[in-house]
Design a binder for this molecule. Structure first.
Ligand code: NAD
Length: 445
């Protein structure tokens, strides 16, 4: 295998996972970031966020001298053949993409180029950003360089597997691409057995948005079916399983009804594609609806809690799960944030728990919440328990014990982790999402 000298510019979730995995594949990698605290932390062997298995593969590559961390761009970029840009591309207030971090990364890269380097754009950027990147670099550097669009599809919580066993690798080239550039890009990924789809920059950039909005739209679709299920007494979990059994839909389809999607990518990328299309004169109405349904799910969840506890002011509410999905401590655009804010406004006393996201939540809400490491402590004396994240630890809770600890046996399950029949049999007042008539719960009481 041909090994290459690689610099990663931006050592966040994507940058660190990319750097660690490329080092594991045998390349010599420098992970660079302007955040000096993050780099010192990494040099000491600590991780800036939780991702299963990441620390182990980083430490192994560091020991084998294939991976280093560097905050100085001059040192980080010296001798690099391939430079990956993995900085953030957050949403602006109007939903459009803020590419200022990409521009500042381009500036520091341009100042350190020698000629012949390949600059790989891995951040999710608006269609046409590769050209902007080229122009921005050319303001400082007049030598030869290439730009490749290589969007990332990693999934937090299972990021290493998603990278090393990728379903596909997208490489988008400039019109003037040379055979050398294509050869090097293929060599970089030679250790990963995934189909490589080679195309132009713009198509590669669009693929990333298309993939994310497609997945998000399935979640809003099944949540709409869930609403119907509650009106007609059907079970969305059975509907979803039946849909997945159709090979045209597939077992891995994103058809889990619940409080909707969150995280860094789906909400931001949907809003970005709405804006990108708008600018081009096309109103992508479909995406407006997908986004609105998702926002509604969060409000709708709080309404359910308030159905069970109408006078919520001063009442204790246990929230199980804070991160936007299991196996991560990431809270960016997590449904929990809106739910917490809404319940605080209503005067509820919130007792929260999460296997790994307590510290990141404390940084946002401080003393407004009471934090518990042990979920049973959060449940003690609560008037209602609300499941926000489908952590396996919550599925494994002892239901009888849960019932004894709660002041009232009320559960709102935003991820359908429990079986409604079992819960009712045990004497809970249980509301899932799309699990038959809701009104029956109140009739039976
Ligand atoms: N997080 C995900 O699951 C995921 C998945 C696929 C794609 N993406 C995309 O990848 C990109 C990065 O996302 P992330 O979650 O890793 O972001 P992040 O915020 O975790 O990391 C970005 C890092 O870039 C650093 N940075 C900013 N400007 C810099 C500069 N000029 N030079 C060096 N470092 C700089 C920041 O300090 C930060 O550490 C985004 O475009 C995102 O949409 C993210």
């Amino acid at each position: 295998m041909t090994r290459h000298a690689i610099t990663i510019v931006g050592s966040g979730y994507v940058g660190l996972v990319t750097g660690a995995c490329l080092a594991k594949l045998g390349h010599r990698v420098v992970c660079h970031d302007i955040d000096t605290k993050k780099i010192s932390l990494l040099k000491r062997g600590s991780m800036p966020f939780f991702e299963p298995g990441l620390r182990e593969i980083i430490l192994q590559s560091v020991r084998q001298k294939r991976l280093t961390f560097e905050s100085d761009p001059v040192t980080a970029l010296r001798g690099s053949e391939v430079i990956f840009i993995t900085v953030g591309t957050p949403s602006r207030k109007d939903g459009s993409v803020d590419i200022s971090y990409v521009k500042s990364a381009a500036k520091s890269i341009a100042a350190n180029l020698r000629g012949g380097e390949i600059i790989v754009s891995k951040s999710t950027v608006p269609i046409g950003a590769s050209l902007l990147l080229r122009r921005s670099i050319q303001r400082t550097f007049s030598g030869h360089f290439s730009i490749v669009s290589n969007p990332e599809f990693l999934r937090e919580g299972v990021a290493l597997g998603a990278f090393l066993k990728a379903d596909r690798i997208i490489l988008g080239y400039e019109q003037q691409v040379t055979a050398r550039v294509k050869k090097i890009m293929r060599e970089i990924y030679a250790g990963i057995k995934a189909p490589i789809i080679e195309t132009n920059n713009r198509t590669a950039e669009l693929i990333k948005y298309a993939a994310n909005v497609f997945l998000a739209s399935h979640i809003s679709f099944i949540n709409s079916i869930a609403r119907l299920c509650e009106e007609i007494g059907a079970d969305v979990e059975v509907v979803s399983a039946a849909l997945k059994a159709d090979p045209r839909i597939g077992q891995r389809a994103f058809l889990s009804a619940g409080i909707g999607y969150g995280g860094l990518c789906f909400p931001k990328d949907i809003r970005a594609l709405i804006r990108i299309s708008q600018k081009l004169g096309y109103r992508f109405k479909f995406l407006d609806v997908v986004d609105q349904i998702n926002k509604d799910q969060r409000k709708f969840f709080v309404q359910r809690i308030r159905m069970l506890v109408p006078k919520i002011k001063g009442k204790k509410v246990a929230l199980l799960g804070l991160s936007f999905k299991p196996q991560t401590d990431d809270l960016r655009d997590a449904p929990s944030l809106d739910i917490i804010k809404s319940l605080l406004r209503a005067g509820a006393k919130l007792h929260v728990t999460d296997p790994v996201a307590i510290n990141s939540t404390r940084r946002i809400f401080g003393s407004l919440l009471t934090y518990h490491r042990n979920p049973y402590d959060a449940l003690r004396g609560a008037h209602v328990a609300a499941i926000i994240t489908e952590w396996p630890q919550f599925t494994a809770l002892k239901l009888e014990k849960m019932k004894k600890l709660l002041a009232e046996p009320n559960i709102v399950d935003g991820r359908n982790i429990y079986d409604p029949e079992t819960m009712r049999h045990l004497g809970f007042r249980y509301i899932g999402i799309g699990r038959g008539y809701i009104r029956e719960i109140f009739v039976k009481k």
